[in-house]
Design a binder for this molecule. Structure first.
Ligand code: SAM
Ligand code: SF4
Length: 378
């Protein structure tokens, strides 16, 4: 039996943010009822030997799942309940946007058994929220947070973005400290990534917007890790920080290469050596499911070497690192050679303690350079 998660993707948003590459569609809320009907059909259609899996996490992400009326969440949950054994679920997360999750709805979500709320704060600075085309204010962040606590949520995450054009260190430090003072259980702090296909990508390409340089981002990354650690939020992954025992179990499934089933357009799943992606279009998704076809656009079967490479890649992004025993003896020498080369090239950035290989905080900053040098070519 393997510990596993279930991910559900809700693609609806009030507006499309200029930096966001996730599959989400604005102004399509009239499609919610048909989407839910399709999602339920997709879940019912899925064939899995659930005796091999113990589901301990559910994550409803998006998009903006907090736009959904609780009756829809209830329908999704009752479908999952009939299909899978959910008695071992310990962590059940929903993502919410500030100002788009009224208190009564949060209370209904909590009463349905959702026990973790992930709030998309991003920034508390009016000018940066405007730049990011967010439609909420800092006040709405505090209101949503306080509503969530008062309806019973004991486990709250705040998502933040830094290294935004126009952001000064003082602005970012002020935001970080204000969020820390709310005492969330978990904080995700991502550097703003320029994703192909977004409005931000076009603006950067046309030189209308200049992104902060790597040295500045690196310096902020280290200072961010220090501030969070000093305040009781050590990093357990490159961009994820938590109070003791409050790490996101669902994310750990991804990074520890444990199974997770996934439903909804663009959702990615992993089980039995197979990774799959659902189609990234609501209309294609509906069409496929209505014709009785699984709405998958791509399936990849992982070889043993793929597995090892993924374990190295994901492992080194986590504080816990990875266990060298995953590397079979016939390629261990080749790994040891790469490892010594890296140690010479980047002293003090990587360490081996007992059988675990880990990056230091400074090493994590260089993970994009170090990991490709350690993985095996096919
Ligand atoms: C896709 S959103 C979904 C949740 C919710 N709709 C929201 O906007 O907060 C999940 C998280 O991804 C992060 N994110 C999305 N695009 C990003 C980007 N280009 N760079 C850095 N972080 C990003 C944000 O922090 C966001 O909270
Ligand atoms: S960042 Fe969140 S609210 Fe903005 S478009 Fe992406 S999923 Fe929607």
């Amino acid at each position: 039996m393997k510990k596993s998660g279930i991910y559900i993707h809700i693609p609806f948003c009030a507006v499309k943010c200029m930096y966001c590459d996730f599959y989400s569609i604005a102004d399509q809320n009239s499609q919610i009822p048909v989407f839910i009907k399709t999602l339920i059909r997709e879940i019912n259609m899925y064939e899995v030997d659930s005796k091999k899996l113990i589901f301990d996490t559910i994550f409803i992400g998006g998009g903006t799942p907090s736009l959904l009326e609780p009756k829809y969440i209830e329908e999704i949950l009752s479908t999952l309940n009939k299909k899978f054994n959910l008695t071992n679920v310990k962590e059940f997360t929903i993502e919410a946007n500030p100002g788009e999750a009224p208190k009564e709805r949060l209370s209904d979500f909590y009463n349905l058994g959702i026990n973790r709320l992930s709030i998309g704060v991003q920034s508390l600075q009016p000018s940066l929220l405007k730049f990011l085309t967010r439609i909420h204010s800092a006040e709405q962040v505090f209101e949503t947070f306080s509503n969530a606590r008062s309806v019973g949520f004991k486990n709250i995450n705040c998502d933040l973005i830094y290294s935004i054009p126009g952001q000064t260190w003082e602005m970012w430090e002020e935001d970080l400290r204000k969020i820390i003072s709310l005492k969330p259980n978990h904080i995700s702090a991502y550097t703003l990534t320029v994703e192909n296909g977004t409005e931000l990508f076009d603006l950067v390409r046309k030189n209308v917007i200049k992104m902060p340089n790597d040295d500045k981002t690196g310096d902020w990354f280290s200072k961010t890790h220090s501030i969070l650690e000093e305040n009781g939020y050590p990093a357990y992954e490159v961009s994820n920080f938590a109070l003791p025992k409050m790490q996101c179990r669902h994310n750990l499934h991804y990074w520890r290469i444990e199974p997770y089933l996934a439903f909804g357009p663009s959702a990615h799943g992993f089980n039995d050596n197979k990774r799959w992606n659902n189609v990234r279009s609501l209309s294609n998704y509906i069409q496929k499911v209505e014709s009785g076809i699984q709405p998958i656009s791509k399936t990849e079967t992982l070889s043993n070497l793929d597995f090892i490479n993924e374990a190295i890649g994901f492992g080194l992004r986590m504080k816990e690192g990875f266990d060298i025993n995953i590397i079979p003896s016939e390629i261990l020498n080749s790994f040891e050679e790469k490892y010594s080369k890296i140690q010479k090239e980047y002293p003090n950035l990587i360490s081996k303690k007992e059988s675990r290989i880990k990056l230091t905080t400074k090493g994590m900053l260089m993970s994009d350079q170090i990991i490709p040098e350690l993985i095996f070519s096919k």
